[in-house]
Design a protein around this ligand. Structure first.
Ligand SMILES: Cc1cc2nc3c(=O)[nH]c(=O)nc-3n(C[C@H](O)[C@H](O)[C@H](O)COP(=O)(O)OP(=O)(O)OC[C@H]3O[C@@H](n4cnc5c(N)ncnc54)[C@H](O)[C@@H]3O)c2cc1C
Length: 413
């Protein structure tokens, strides 16, 4: 393999770090430059709302690789450096210190950033967001001080922060304009399971409730809801979704549509430029459409897939979306992708918090979520991939092994 080539990765993230690792593993012996705005070497974000936030684990546990990994693999790690412009014609990236890096292949793993709430009081001290390890440290310091927190947004980040804050003994109120937490992804049936989990742990869940303003003298002291109620608090955490960091690509004229548009090989429409992770809106061969996945497993696996494609191996990215969440003693894994569905079928009693839920569209399983039930991801994904009509009665019967169900229904089909 050519030793004279340079591959640049913008975004020293999970996807970026795994891509750099894969380039070397696959025998690329040219120059690899991994550029990151943050001053920390690449780390994983899931612990930042869970054990790390609660102070149960340290920084050493969050890194993707040991400190000497990059030097040992001859990967140039340029931290605290932001790529500010990209010239796809000249094949050059410019960094904020004026450095120009020529590339043969470029990978964008710029991830995403929290959406900000543009309401009065948004700038007050104590209105916090959570994305980086520094954000998590700042939030942890607030948890250490105790008191009461209002969490705005009952998505994954909001729910996990609420759980961690409760576990640390704070008074927690969660607000969301939708009827149940996590409704956008899970729908009302599963959202109500999570509402009950939080309520049982003493969280005040104010659903169907928007927020109008944060109020206080210099620091946030209360939240004004859309209904005019005032909620006193010591601080606020806002988790109202994330937006892909597409600016660099967009300004370079690369196609962007809810993320950097890439084909199944993670190639953008600019020669030699690829994208992976949260920022990529990738054509998915199984779904026949572009999807953007904002989850850990996607960053973990798409980075290496992009690296292989950068080396000319035609490796389409075909993994089914998968994510996990831990709240209190409720752990879950979700596989698949469902924009709409006809019904949800349960295997096990959701009230027991040990069950599997299946989302069904056209009598086929389009997504599955196991809650406190483990080692079932493979059969759930096989069921989704098989696209066979399923019988609700057998699907809900714990005595029918899922593997058997896939096979039997395939034979029947
Ligand atoms: C608190 C928290 C908890 C989470 N928990 C879970 C979970 O339980 N399960 C799950 O599946 N997923 C979870 N996620 C989501 C998961 O962490 C993300 O999907 C994953 O981090 C995406 O990785 P990425 O490599 O695409 O980019 P990111 O992690 O977003 O990193 C992108 C990096 O690129 C850098 N960058 C951006 N632009 C530039 C530039 N121009 N120049 C240089 N550097 C740049 C950024 O500074 C950043 O460091 C969680 C996320 C957070 C924040």
């Amino acid at each position: 393999m050519s030793t004279s080539q340079t591959h640049v990765i913008v975004g020293a993230s999970l996807a970026g770090a795994k891509a750099a690792e894969t380039l070397r593993d696959e025998g690329f012996d040219g120059r690899i430059v991994l550029v990151g705005s943050e001053t920390e070497r690449p780390y994983e974000r899931p612990p930042l709302s869970k054990d790390y936030l609660r102070g149960e684990s340290g920084r050493d546990k969050v890194y993707v690789h040991p400190e000497d990994f990059y030097a040992e693999r001859d990967i140039e790690l340029r931290l605290g450096a932001t790529a500010v412009s990209l010239d796809t014609g000249a094949r050059e990236v410019e960094l904020d210190d004026g450095t120009r890096l020529g590339y043969d292949r470029l990978l964008l793993t710029t991830g995403s950033e929290p959406r900000r709430l543009p309401i009065p009081g948004a700038e007050l001290d104590g209105v916090l967001y959570l994305r980086s390890v520094d954000d998590s440290d700042a939030l942890r310091a607030r948890l250490d001080a105790g008191g009461s927190v209002v969490v705005v947004g009952a998505g994954w980040i909001g729910c996990e922060v609420a759980a961690s804050a409760r576990q640390r003994g704070l008074e927690v109120t969660v607000l969301d304009p939708l009827g149940v937490p996590l409704e956008r992804v899970l729908g009302p049936e599963l959202g109500s399971v999570y509402r009950d989990v939080h309520t049982d742990h003493g969280v005040r869940m104010l659903m169907d409730t928007g927020v109008e303003a944060f109020e206080g003298e210099g620091r946030v002291e209360r939240v004004r809801t859309a209904g005019g109620d005032l909620l006193d608090c010591d601080f606020v955490v806002v988790g109202v979704g994330i937006a892909p960091r597409t600016g660099l690509a967009e300004e370079a004229g690369i196609a962007v549509r809810d993320g950097v548009v890439v084909d199944a090989h993670l190639r953008t429409d600019a020669e030699g430029v690829f994208a992976a992770g949260d920022v990529a809106s990738a054509h998915h061969p199984f779904y026949g459409e572009a999807i953007r996945v904002e989850h850990w497993a996607n960053a973990l696996n798409q980075g290496p897939a992009a690296a292989r494609n950068m080396l000319g191996q035609a490796a389409p990215y075909e993994r089914l979306p998968y994510f996990f969440s831990d709240q209190y003693d409720v752990g879950m894994e979700y596989s698949g992708f469902a924009r709409s569905w006809d019904r949800v079928v349960f295997r096990g009693d959701p009230a027991s918090r040990e069950f599997i839920a299946f989302w069904i569209a056209d009598d086929r399983v389009v997504a599955g979520m196991n809650v406190n039930v483990w080692d079932v991801t493979d059969p759930i994904q096989s069921l989704i991939r098989a696209r066979v009509p399923v019988d609700d009665r057998r699907l809900s019967d714990p005595d029918v092994p899922l593997e058997e169900l896939v096979l039997a229904d395939q034979l029947a089909g």
